[in-house]
Design a binder for this molecule. Structure first.
Ligand SMILES: C[S@@+](CC[C@H](N)C(=O)[O-])C[C@H]1O[C@@H](n2cnc3c(N)ncnc32)[C@H](O)[C@@H]1O
Length: 314
């Protein structure tokens, strides 16, 4: 299964349906709807929807839900398919509650099974026949390897797909908006944040210490401007998960994986740049806000081979 062809066909067949999903990017920063918001971009959301429409999966595994932003793209597609279910896990009870409320409000709750708690500790039977695996959680190599060992390596479908979020190809060149690259502490701050909001965030960080201690910082490679008039950039990868994910991607054939960052502009019919202006913290080398589409899609079968190879090479 050539993933580039699957994507093309999925967009050709179902791309025209995604206009009805614009209420999602339009409400992405609406705290009443999404009290916690991941950076899940418009083209990534459309792609997710089209793939679910095209593949017609029976079962999807998602870790983690947050307030249900990406889950909504999947659930809306399942509703159109008239079958299938997302099993989704979230450790933040408040976010998970908001997500469940949303699924009910949009009448997609029959297509979502929500679990609250640390996904590594919730004891549910782990099916091995998921069609789609979606990982957007604690962005550490350790967590991703737990996911690989517990879920991917046990998968027994040869046609399953895997999606990792918050990862870019190493050749990408991006900036954090309005910030030099890249004191890591600045990552957590949002442009235009008031002092009160900054203090609130810091307090929030403090009470989250047990979880945040698990997060691992990585060093960032800064690239000087590659032509006059632009600014310095980096490759956008700032977690151990993203660095590790790139190592696995490098072990896969081009037809077995795709970074959406690389193909966003190939699908102009999807208006992939429509919400660039609203991107928080992300920009291009001109410091203009830009959605990065930090999504990697690959074949599970190829991923398993790459993972075994990586273990041997270590
Ligand atoms: C980047 S956000 C997910 C964004 C989400 N996909 C969306 O579309 O908004 C990462 C989420 O992972 C959750 N998380 C972190 N560690 C977890 C764990 N051990 N089990 C379950 N969820 C976890 C966090 O609470 C956070 O909501």
């Amino acid at each position: 299964m050539n993933i580039h062809k699957v994507i093309r066909r999925a967009i050709e067949q179902f791309g025209s349906e995604t206009e009805s999903l614009e209420f999602l990017p339009e409400n992405r920063y609406n705290k009443n709807m999404f009290p916690t918001t991941g950076q899940y971009d418009w083209f990534s959301g459309q792609m997710l929807y089209c793939l679910i429409r095209y593949l017609k999966p029976r079962r999807i595994l998602e870790i983690s839900t947050a307030s249900g932003y990406a889950t909504m793209f999947m659930a809306m597609a399942l509703k159109q398919n008239k079958w299938g279910k997302v099993d989704t896990f979230e450790v933040n009870a408040e976010a998970a509650k908001a997500a469940v409320k949303l699924f009910k409000q949009y009448d997609v709750d029959a297509f979502v099974e929500s679990y609250v708690g640390d996904a590594r500790r919730i004891s549910v039977a782990t099916p091995s026949d998921y069609n789609v695996y979606f990982l957007d959680s604690l962005h550490t190599e350790d967590f991703a390897r737990w996911f690989m060992d517990t879920h991917i390596m046990r998968s027994d479908r040869i046609d399953a797909l895997f999606h990792m979020h918050d990862i870019l190809p190493l050749h990408s060149r991006v900036r954090r908006w309005n910030a030099p690259p890249f004191e890591s502490d600045e990552f957590d701050e949002k442009p235009g944040q008031s002092m009160f909001e900054k203090i609130k965030d810091k307090v929030h960080d403090l009470v989250q210490i047990p979880r945040r201690q698990e997060e691992q910082r990585v060093s960032i490679h800064v690239h000087p401007p590659d032509k006059p008039g632009v600014l310095q950039t980096f490759d956008g990868n700032c977690s151990t998960e993203a660095i590790w994910g790139n190592k696995l991607a490098a072990l896969m054939k081009p037809e077995d994986h795709v970074f959406l960052y690389d193909i966003t502009n190939d699908y102009q019919q999807m208006t992939p740049r429509k919400y660039d202006h609203a991107a928080i913290g992300r920009s291009d080398s001109n410091n203009i806000p830009m959605e990065w589409n930090e999504s990697l899609w690959c074949n599970v079968a190829a991923l398993k081979v790459a993972y075994r190879q990586w273990i041997e090479l270590r």
